[in-house]
Each structure stands twice: as C-alpha cells, then as structure tokens.
Design a protein around this ligand. Structure first.
Ligand SMILES: [Zn+2]
Ligand SMILES: [Zn+2]
Length: 181
C-alpha cells in the first residue's frame, strides 16, 4: 500500500477524510467497483498499476458520497476497518486466482504439450513461472500489510481462517508462501 493511501486511511480513522477527487472532508468514504480507467487514481489497489490510463481491471474505488453520485457509481459507505476489510477481500481473491493458476490453469493458458502433463510448472516454463511467482509474492506482501494493520488497530481480521486454508493449499502444491510455514 502506498503512503498516500495510508494517509487516507489514517484520516478515515480520525473521521476527517479528504476525498481524493474533490477534497471534501467526510467522516466515512464511499466505495464501489468500476472498470473505468479514469477511476484508477481513486483505486487504492491500482497504486502499482504502471499504466493507470489503460487499467480496465475491476477496481475498488474510494470516493466521497457526492463524487460517487456524480459518477453514477454504485457505492456503500464504510469506515476504516470496513475499507481495509474490502481491500483484504480483493487481495484474497487475487491470491485465489494465483492458486487456481498454479494448480492447473497454467497448462491450458500456456498451451503446453500433452506429453508434459506430469511435469512441474517451473520445469516446463521457467520464465512464466518466475513471473507468476513474483506476482504472488507481491500480493502476499500486500496481504501481510493489511494483516498488520488489523493487528496494529486491534481490529479483528475478517474470516481469519482464510489464511491457513490458503497456506495449506500452496504448500500442498509444493511452493513456499510468505503467509505461513
Ligand atoms: Zn468527492
Ligand atoms: Zn489498475
């Protein structure tokens, strides 16, 4: 998470949060989803997007209620733990996609030779594996940052069992993870 958004979340905790679009001070933020590239700058998880102008991923967008209305975005109002919970949920979804990919989808995606069905991803396509592995590490670091936030604010991590299940699945596939042993 970039420092700038940490500022937003701290403001939210202090119940004086400036909308990043219009600058209005509010006690809560409004969040909704959008694929519009124009909203990438209001999407905390798009911080690291290299090409925000082209980002048509489904994004969690954070605005004030008035901006959301103006942009006709379907939103709900959340407080700081609510926002962190939604960000964590998104990060989990991405990690689950990584798992699906590691488990089997890579074979189809990379169109591997049927004769290579029993070989491991890292052997068959080392470069694609390294890229996938780097992306997963990046997401796991993001996950850890949310987890630390909940701990630091003595707020309960939503659905805490998710983590151990994820760890179990990654390890069963034979790969290490930053989220567990
Ligand atoms: Zn606004
Ligand atoms: Zn993006």
């Amino acid at each position: 998470m970039q420092i700038e958004w940490e500022k937003t979340i701290n403001e939210l905790l202090a119940e004086r949060v400036a909308c990043r679009r219009c600058g209005d001070l509010r006690t809560t933020v409004s969040v909704g989803y959008s694929r519009s590239p124009g909203l990438a700058e209001y999407a905390p998880r798009c911080n690291d997007c290299t090409n925000k102008g082209d980002c048509d991923a489904r994004k969690l967008v954070v605005l004030c209620a008035d901006c959301a209305r103006e942009l006709k975005l379907r939103v709900r109002e959340v407080d700081a733990p609510g926002l962190m919970g939604l960000l964590m949920e998104e990060c989990r979804r991405d990690l689950e996609e990584c798992l699906d990919y590691l488990e089997d989808y890579w074979r189809e995606d990379l169109d591997i030779d049927p004769g290579d069905m029993d070989r491991r991803f890292e052997e068959v396509a080392p470069e694609a594996f390294a890229e996938e592995d780097g992306w997963r590490s990046h997401l796991e670091e993001e996950y850890v940052s949310y987890h630390k936030w909940f701990r630091a604010h003595r707020a309960p991590v939503p659905d805490p069992g998710w983590r151990s299940q994820y760890v179990e699945e990654v390890i069963t596939l034979g790969y290490p993870t930053l989220l567990g042993d």
